[in-house]
Design a protein around this ligand. Structure first.
Ligand SMILES: [Fe+2]
Length: 348
């Protein structure tokens, strides 16, 4: 006999205190004036003694990107230990800390820890837990609100490589992202790709052409124009110019600062010239040669450096699944142009 058709079961979130709220609705994007920011990674002990302890188990996700860490509790680190996290994230791009108590230490302590890395980005539209502020970015999907797929609409792929919120002079740096609840049938990994390793894969001839180029990063996008109207969006535009090839402020490694969610063109180029280079670079950085995906487990906290890696959500979970995450992003220093090193232009 065929089994009876049953309605999808409506379940309750494991962490209701973290449900997204936004009583004030949409706010203007904060146009943060440029400021001097000392990068915590620059003052870290290179041996990272609070991370590489006798109890820690640390392995690279691939030789080129990422590290997974067991046996280190982020909430117990000293200020020096937090500096070491910044250095490690700058070097490896993305750090996956397992078995953390971070989600249970309270909003004030979470805010205090991430504020160690810089002033916190305030999101203009994402919801935040009641009693906190727009410094907390809640990413939430369930059977009622749907997922990012519903927001974006029909597409053949939802891969969207980007760097968060790059349209201000200072840009996000050592970003914290932690999980509260994962889809019951799996999925919802987050993908990262090394924009440092992607740079190294380019020929010296092509690298040479990219150095010296700049792009204007803007918060104006199609969704905002639909929501608020063209005239108002343009009047409230927040934008900043950044080099296309930046020098990482801690490692001094060159990186391709490509973010097509904010960049519309390369300054000084005609649209077809600019599109050719930007689309090539956006396609280039997604290679499996320098990317990885991070699987979320209960207690996982992922920390990434937005000047070493770009990222993409993977909304592959079943429709109606609950996925509940929180992000806090501090501002780092202003991206600086990477000098073209002699070894980059030497021909083989
Ligand atoms: Fe993002």
């Amino acid at each position: 006999m065929p089994s009876a058709v049953t309605e999808p079961k409506v379940t309750e979130p494991l962490y209701p205190a973290y449900l997204p709220t936004r009583p004030e609705g949409y706010s203007l994007t904060v146009n943060v004036p440029p400021f001097e920011q000392v990068e915590p990674g620059t003052r870290a002990d290179p041996a990272k003694p609070e991370i590489f302890t006798p109890d820690a188990k640390i392995k690279n996700i691939t030789p080129r990107i990422g590290a997974e860490i067991h046996g280190v509790q982020l909430s117990q680190l000293s200020k020096e230990g937090l500096d070491q996290v910044a250095l490690f994230a700058a070097e490896r791009g993305v750090l996956v800390f397992r078995d953390q108590d971070f989600k249970d230490i309270g909003f004030a302590r979470q805010r205090e820890i991430v504020s160690h890395y810089g002033p916190l980005h305030q999101h203009p539209s994402m919801g935040y837990p009641k009693g906190t502020s727009s410094e907390f970015h809640v990413i939430y999907a369930d059977e009622k609100v749907g997922s990012i797929r519903d927001v974006i609409g029909p597409k053949t792929s939802y891969e969207l490589w980007h760097i968060d919120q790059t349209f201000t002079h200072n840009t996000p740096s050592t970003t914290f992202f932690w999980v509260l609840e994962t889809p019951s049938d799996g999925g919802g990994d987050t993908a990262f790709t090394s924009i440092t390793e992607a740079y190294k894969a380019l020929s010296p001839t092509f690298r040479e052409r990219l150095h010296g180029l700049t792009c204007t990063h803007s918060n104006v996008d199609a969704i905002e124009i639909t929501r608020r109207g063209y005239d108002r969006v343009m009047k409230e535009e927040v934008k900043a110019d950044h080099p296309l090839i930046i020098e990482h402020p801690v490692t001094k490694e060159p990186a391709i600062f490509i973010n097509l969610t904010a960049i519309k063109s390369i300054n000084g180029m005609k649209p077809s010239e600019s599109d050719l280079i930007l689309n090539f670079l956006n396609d280039h950085i997604r290679s499996l040669d320098f990317s990885c995906r991070c699987k979320w487990e209960p207690g996982t906290v992922v920390i990434w450096d937005q000047r070493t890696v770009a990222h993409s959500a993977i909304p592959d979970y079943a429709p109606g699944s609950r996925r509940h995450m929180v992000r806090i992003a501090p501002y780092g220093s202003e991206p600086k142009a990477a000098p073209l090193k002699q070894e980059d232009v030497s021909r083989e």
